[in-house]
Design a protein around this ligand. Structure first.
Ligand code: ADP
Ligand code: MG
Length: 387
């Protein structure tokens, strides 16, 4: 089993992990590889950073599907048998689409979307971005223009947020505070602060910047209209939550060899297991290569190096410094190796482990992504020792 097989046997591949470990790079590389080998691929990202767009050779990441032109692959000498599209998720648009789908009339949908309270909630409610990522994923999953969808997950402070985002969205919709709001308003026919009481005051606190004239009316309108969506939203959130557990969805956990990132990766793997979601592979990205210990004595090295140095450079001192640099690099590589082996021991043998070396240069173009993909899919492996 390799990551190539995972790509072949799943419709959706979700890359997860904490920030900065190479999630976007991994997602993009997998997408590039699958497209090169004949699949029609959509790479879906949430990260607004320009990096992915740049790496794919695009000017910018759009919130609509855009095809990566074939000539960009050709320019790097890469053969593209399939197709690659990329898209950046737009939380607000996804939320709007959802409202349109579940509102009982276009008028109500229009009223909700135009409401200031909605505008605030759709952008800043905790977990909205995560939920919308899962929502969008579910929506494109049945799009038959694609054979494979690769999702690069948000750089959330809590990397786990989006896993149970559908459940939390369903809970929010059903929460006592929301229900209470609705009842308070519906019972009174008119909304007032007296009715809100202390219990729901926390929700209002975030909304306080709208406390100008008409705020209560805006809030009241939103709550009545939003109530219209409750049933549909809850059902949809449950559907999305189920979809994440289906056989055609694979999870790839990305980590760096850094001990803290490793701990998070393991925590992540356990949570996936708890949620009964598939954990298919660990990617340990940015492993430093182990250089062999120099076999020559310092004196011998110095006489080898001396002819190549300018006259005013002392060969012995230079060799000493080079030795120190090699020793440091070896120490780092050995530390990475220990971390990687330790991860396997802690997680057990039933998962796929893939190591990707740390490249000298940033991974910033299609060529580099396809190179990363060679390691991801096992076409190349980290050398044990470089001599
Ligand atoms: N194996 C690697 N070797 C060298 N640079 C890498 C490697 N993987 C990722 N990078 C670089 O590290 C930075 C962070 O990677 P990125 O994929 O954006 O991380 P994340 O999405 O997890 O935050 C990027 O500049 C990327 O080009
Ligand atoms: Mg990223």
């Amino acid at each position: 089993m390799s990551l190539g097989d995972v790509l072949d046997t799943h419709r959706v591949v979700v890359c997860v992990g904490c920030g900065g470990v190479g999630k976007t790079t991994t997602a993009a590389s997998l997408a590039v590889h699958a497209a090169m080998t004949g699949k029609r691929v959509l790479c879906l990202t949430i990260d607004p950073a320009r990096r992915l767009a740049n790496s794919l050779g695009l000017d910018e990441m759009k919130t609509q599907e855009q095809l990566v032109p074939r000539r960009l692959f050709e320019a790097k000498g890469l053969e593209l048998e399939g197709e690659l599209s990329a898209m950046m998720l737009d939380t607000k648009t996804t939320f709007d689409d959802l409202v349109r789908r579940y509102a009982s009339s276009p008028e109500i949908a229009g009223r909700i979307i135009g409401n200031k309270v909605y505008e605030y909630l759709s952008g800043s409610l905790a977990g909205t971005q995560e939920y919308m990522a899962m929502e969008k994923l579910h929506a494109v999953r049945s799009d038959n223009r694609y054979d494979l969808i690769v999702l690069d997950t948000p750089p959330t402070s809590n990397a786990l947020d989006f896993l149970d985002a559908p459940e939390r969205m369903a809970d929010l919709v059903d929460s006592p505070a929301m229900r209470w709001f609705v009842q308070a308003f519906e019972g009174a026919g008119k909304f007032s602060f007296n009715l809100v009481g202390k219990g729901a005051a926390f929700l209002l606190r975030g909304l306080s910047r709208f406390t100008g004239t008409g705020f209560l009316e805006v809030l009241a309108e939103f709550i009545t209209d939003f109530n219209d969506l409750f049933g549909g939203f809850r059902e949809r959130a449950n559907e999305v939550s189920q979809a994440l557990r289906s056989d055609d969805v694979a999870f790839v956990i990305v980590t760096s060899p850094n001990p803290l990132a490793m701990d998070e990766a393991i925590f992540f793997a356990r949570r996936l297991e708890e949620f009964e979601m598939r954990r298919n592979a660990f990617v340990i990205n940015g492993m430093r290569a182990l250089y062999a210990e120099p076999s020559l004595q310092e004196g011998e090295l110095a006489s080898l190096v001396a002819p190549h140095l300018p006259d005013d450079m002392d060969a012995r001192r230079t060799v000493k410094r080079m030795r120190r640099a090699v020793d440091d690099a070896r120490t780092q590589a050995i530390a990475d190796r220990i971390q990687s082996d330790h991860l396997r021991q802690r997680v057990g043998p039933d998962l796929l482990f893939v190591e990707v070396p740390h490249f000298e240069q940033d991974v910033h173009d299609l060529g580099a992504l396809s190179q990363v993909a060679r390691y991801l899919t096992g076409a190349e492996t980290m050398p044990t020792v470089i001599s």
